[in-house]
Design a protein around this ligand. Structure first.
Ligand SMILES: [Mg+2]
Length: 463
C-alpha cells in the first residue's frame, strides 16, 4: 500500500435533490424528495432537510410521504443529472488519468498517478481546490475523502458529508476501522453482512479477530481471504480508469432443447445462484440483472432489470431472473440459458436492492428487419406534466411543474438565477404551456444565458 493519502474519493452531496434545489430557488433549504412517484415508487435521493424526517434512499415513496408530508416530491431528471455528472467527471480527469467512476456522482481518483499530489499537504490542497472548482462549475457541493487506499478514501468521504473534506493519515487506519460495521468494507453486501452477523461478527475488529481460516470457512476461499485483508486495512486495489470486468455471467447450452416450463425456471434459478457465487468470489455486486434465452430457432432474447442499487444477494438475483423469465415465450423449446449481473460495483452502499428502478427490454431476433417503434403516443394528459420537470409558458416564461391532476397543472415560474417564483395553475391542455429543457445551474455569463430569452434581443441579466 502507498504511504501517502493520495487516493481521492468524491461523493456529491444528496446529488439529485441538490440539483433540484439549485435549479428551483423556492426549494432551497426545504425538504425535497426525488424518486418514482407511482404506487411502487421508491426514494432515489432525499435532501438533507428531508432526511431530518427519517426519509432516505430506497424507502417506499408512500412511507416517505407519511414521514414528510410537506416535502416537495419530484420525478428524476436523469438527462440533467448526467450532464452535470459529465462536468464533475471532467474536473476529476483534469487531476489524473486514473479516474474510476462508481456512479453518476461518485468516483475514485489516483492523484499520485496524475502528479497532482504526493504527500499529505499536496493531497489536502488538491481536494480543497477540487471542491471549490465543483462548486464554481455546478453550484453544488461534493464531499472529498483522502487516504492511502480506496477503501479508506471512501470511508473518509462518508465522514466528510455533507460539504466537507476528511483525510485519513496513514498509520491510523486500523484504529479507525476497528469499531465500524462489517458493512463498511467493500464486498460486504446485505447478504454477506447477515451471514457474518449470524456468526456473531458485527464489527471490523471482530472480523479481524475471527481470523482468516474462520472467514474462509464462513465465506469461501476467495471472499474470506479478501475480507480478512480488508479487515486489517490492507487494500491494494488500484484505481482503474476502465473497469475490465463489465459483467459477471454464466450460461449453459443444452444438448436437447428444454420444453418444460418448470425445468426452464429451475435452470434459471440454478444459473442465478452460480452467477452470484462468481460475483461474490470477485468481491463485487451489481445493479443490472440480465437474462439470456436462446430459443429452438436460434433467436436470442435478452431481458434486463435494473435495481436501485448493487446487490450480491442470491435471493434478489434469483427473483429478478424469475421475473424476467415470465416475459419470455419458451414454448418452442430453449437451447441456451444465461444469467448475468452488470453495472458492477465493489461496494454495496445501501439496501437499495429490493426495488426495481425499471425494466429495460432488449430483444434481438436474427434475420428480422429493424422495425421502428413509431407507435402513436397516447399518453394520458396527467402524464405529460411530471412533477419537477421544466416547462415554458408563452407569457410567463420558464418554470417547473409543481403538481398536476384533475385536468390542471400547477407551475412555479422561477429559474436557477431568479428569486423564488410565483405559482400559477393552468389546464393540462393549455396550448400556451409546453415542456422545456432544463436551464444551466450556473449562468455562463452574458450572451450565454441559454433559453429562449436569447432570441429577445437586449435582456438584462437576472442577477
Ligand atoms: Mg452522493
Amino acid at each position: 500500500m502507498r504511504s501517502a493519502p493520495t487516493i481521492l474519493h468524491l461523493d456529491m452531496d444528496a446529488f439529485f435533490a441538490s440539483v433540484e434545489q439549485a435549479s428551483k430557488p423556492s426549494l432551497r433549504g426545504k425538504a425535497v424528495v426525488v424518486g418514482g412517484l407511482g404506487p411502487r415508487g421508491v426514494v432515489a435521493t432525499a435532501s438533507y432537510e428531508a432526511r431530518v424526517f427519517g426519509v432516505h434512499s430506497a424507502m417506499p415513496m408512500a412511507q416517505a410521504r407519511r414521514l414528510a408530508p410537506n416535502a416537495a416530491y419530484l420525478v428524476p431528471r436523469f438527462a440533467l443529472y448526467r450532464s452535470i455528472s459529465d462536468q464533475v467527471m471532467g474536473l476529476l480527469r483534469s487531476l489524473s488519468p486514473l479516474v474510476e467512476p462508481l456512479s453518476l456522482d461518485e468516483a475514485f481518483v489516483d492523484l499520485e498517478a496524475g502528479g497532482t499530489a504526493w504527500d499529505e499537504r499536496s493531497a489536502r490542497l488538491a481536494g480543497a481546490k477540487l471542491r471549490a472548482d465543483i462548486r464554481a462549475a455546478t453550484a453544488l457541493t461534493g464531499s472529498v475523502g483522502l487516504a492511502a487506499s480506496k477503501m479508506l478514501a471512501k470511508i473518509a468521504s462518508e465522514r466528510a458529508k455533507p460539504d466537507g473534506l476528511v483525510l485519513i493519515e496513514p498509520g491510523t487506519e486500523r484504529a479507525l476501522l476497528g469499531p465500524l460495521s462489517v458493512r463498511t468494507l467493500p464486498g460486504v453486501g446485505p447478504a454477506t453482512g447477515d451471514h457474518l452477523r449470524r456468526a456473531g461478527i458485527h464489527t471490523v475488529e471482530e472480523l479481524a479477530e475471527a481470523g482468516e481460516d474462520e472467514l474462509v470457512r464462513l465465506l469461501g476461499k476467495a471472499h474470506g481471504h479478501g475480507l480478512f485483508a480488508m479487515a486489517l486495512a490492507r487494500d491494494e486495489r488500484p484505481v482503474v480508469a476502465e473497469r475490465e470486468t463489465k459483467s459477471v455471467s454464466v450460461e449453459d447450452t443444452y444438448d436437447v432443447d428444454i420444453h418444460d416450463r418448470v425445468r426452464v425456471a429451475t435452470e434459471v434459478r440454478r444459473l442465478a445462484e452460480r452467477c452470484v457465487r462468481r460475483l461474490r468470489g470477485a468481491g463485487l455486486s451489481g445493479r443490472t440483472i440480465v437474462l439470456k434465452v436462446r430459443r429452438y430457432d436460434f433467436s436470442t432474447l435478452t431481458r434486463s432489470e435494473t435495481l436501485r442499487g448493487p446487490t450480491d444477494d442470491p435471493a434478489v438475483v434469483r427473483e429478478a431472473a424469475a421475473r424476467l423469465l415470465e416475459s419470455v415465450d419458451t414454448t418452442g423449446g430453449v437451447r441456451l440459458l444465461g444469467v448475468g449481473v452488470s453495472g458492477l460495483a465493489d461496494y454495496t452502499q445501501e439496501d437499495l436492492f429490493a426495488q426495481a428502478a425499471g425494466v429495460d427490454e432488449e430483444v434481438s431476433v436474427p434475420e428480422e428487419p429493424e422495425v421502428s417503434s413509431a407507435t402513436a403516443s397516447r399518453t394520458p394528459p396527467e402524464r405529460r406534466w411530471p412533477a419537477g420537470h421544466d416547462v415554458r409558458h408563452t407569457a410567463h416564461g420558464h418554470g417547473w411543474v409543481q403538481g398536476s391532476g384533475l385536468g390542471r397543472v400547477t407551475v412555479r415560474f422561477e429559474t436557477p438565477g431568479s428569486a423564488p417564483g410565483r405559482v400559477r395553475t393552468f389546464r393540462t391542455d393549455d396550448p400556451a404551456l409546453e415542456p422545456a429543457d432544463p436551464l444551466p445551474l450556473v449562468s455562463r455569463g452574458p450572451g450565454e444565458e441559454g433559453d429562449a430569452r436569447a432570441g429577445g434581443g437586449a435582456v438584462a441579466e437576472s442577477r
